[in-house]
Write a protein that binds this ligand. Structure first.
Ligand SMILES: [Zn+2]
Length: 324
């Protein structure tokens, strides 16, 4: 692991090579040489007051990033009624991006139950074309992905399929929450597999208790709404290993207690799981309030991962996936 002193020494050099201009356009590139090799890209953060009185502002997020050696962070809006006590609009993520264009990667969020323009709906399903028009406007404003996708609809409900189709058409990866009530699925994740099969070119980044409970072959539906005890042996044959190896468009977001405890419950299993799925795992924190403890930093360091694996998970996979 890098030291704080090394990080500070690298920061001034980085300022020269990481420019706003370098990120715009399709051939943009974030510096990815030896000096930046282990700086994190955080796939999962939120702005606003998820908890009353504990607002995380863009300034506080960037302070957190500086403290933890995080070069860039994805800011994920939360707009579905099931997703947060008070919604976190896309405009908030875009405002943070305008304020810190070389540190913040804005995502957009769109509930498939959204009203689209008259004539662009079909029955209860928002028309794919109507959704595409909204997504394209967000993309033009700088959004690199859709998420956090966190609705009360079953994972492969018809409305959801319309949104996935729209994201597939415009080329927006989706970061989704999956538990027992948000985008719910059942053990074995058959609904998720339906979507992976239907849209093999659409990157789907999984997160939360239900997704990560599926690391173990004995996951029950009740486990989708809670976190495992630590330690707790992982039973081989979990849905995640099966789906990650069969569908290269599936990714795992290691943020929040779901990602953390999936690894911490069985460190021996975790190290091998991370190594064999190294191309499909992404570092993330899910930081959403000031002073939040993030065990992922120490946990991932403690796995003593091979250098190339660490590089992919900390930043390399995010650079590729989000075309940074
Ligand atoms: Zn979530």
């Amino acid at each position: 692991m890098h030291s704080r002193r090394q990080f500070l020494a690298n920061t001034s050099r980085l300022a020269a090579i990481t420019t706003v201009g370098a990120r715009s356009g399709t051939n943009c590139s974030v510096a990815d040489d030896n000096k930046t090799r282990h700086r994190y890209i955080d796939i999962h953060t939120h702005l606003g007051a998820f908890y009353h009185g504990r607002e995380l502002t863009a300034e506080l997020l960037v302070q957190f990033m500086d403290h933890h050696d995080v070069e860039m962070a994805c800011v994920l809006p939360l707009i579905s009624p099931e997703s947060a006590p008070i919604v976190q609009p896309v405009t908030m993520a875009l405002a943070a991006y305008r304020q810190f264009p070389d540190r913040i990667i804005p995502f957009c969020s769109l509930d498939p139950r959204a009203v689209t323009e008259p004539g662009k709906r079909s029955g209860h399903v928002a028309g794919v074309q109507g959704l595409i028009e909204i997504l394209k406007r967000y993309q033009a404003a700088g959004c690199r992905g859709l998420g956090e996708h966190k609705t009360g609809l079953p994972f492969d409900a018809p409305q959801q399929m319309a949104l996935y189709e729209a994201c597939n058409k415009v080329g927006l990866p989706i970061l989704f929450h999956l538990d027992d009530i948000r985008n719910p699925d059942t053990p074995g994740l058959p609904r998720l597999e339906n979507v992976l099969k239907a849209f093999p070119e659409l990157p789907l980044i999984g997160h939360a208790a239900g997704f990560w409970a599926s690391i173990s072959g004995d996951a029950q539906f009740e486990d989708f709404g809670r976190y495992p005890d630590i330690p707790k042996k992982v039973i081989a044959g979990g849905a995640l290993d099966r789906l990650l190896s069969r569908y290269p468009n599936l990714y795992g977001d290691l943020s929040e207690p779901g990602g953390e405890k999936a690894l911490a419950r069985d460190l021996e299993f975790a190290r091998e799981f991370v190594i064999r799925n190294a191309d499909q795992l992404l570092f993330g924190t899910d930081v959403l309030m000031p002073g939040q403890a993030i065990p992922q930093f120490e946990l991932l360091a403690s796995l003593n991962l091979p250098d190339d694996v660490q590089h992919k998970i900390y930043r390399g996979n995010a650079i590729k996936l989000l075309k940074l």
